[in-house]
Design a protein around this ligand. Structure first.
Ligand SMILES: [Fe+2]
Length: 115
């Protein structure tokens, strides 16, 4: 899906887009973006430690790009509208989803997500 209009506020867990880059373009209101950096070596299966690399607010008229593998999270308020463009169909990819409290990472097959 390329265009996201949200009636209700929401937020995502830290995640990547697998092999896809992504550009978020803000149309209405704002989205708070967090860019995360991974601290562990990635060698312990299922374990991940993240630290905040950058936090910023994407206001209407602004855009933000994340490269392949960049870990990010988004949070938005009610009645927010943004456009997401990905390099390939990310909803058919396996991507990483992180749990900050548990310091875990899992592979999510987005093709299996309920629609
Ligand atoms: Fe994302």
């Amino acid at each position: 899906m390329l265009v996201h209009g949200r009636d209700k506020c929401g937020k995502s867990a830290p995640h990547d887009h697998g092999p896809c880059w992504v550009v978020y373009g803000q149309y209405r209101h704002y989205t708070d973006m967090t860019r995360w950096k991974r601290l562990d070596s990635g060698t312990a299966a299922g374990h991940a430690e993240l630290t905040v690399q950058k936090q910023f607010r994407l206001n209407a008229g602004e855009a933000a790009a994340f490269a392949k593998g960049d870990i990010h999270a988004i949070a938005y308020g009610d009645d927010t509208f943004f456009i997401r463009v990905t390099g390939g169909d990310v909803e058919k990819q396996k991507t990483l989803r992180f749990n900050l409290e548990k310091q875990t990472v899992e592979v999510e097959d987005r093709a299996q997500r309920p629609r």
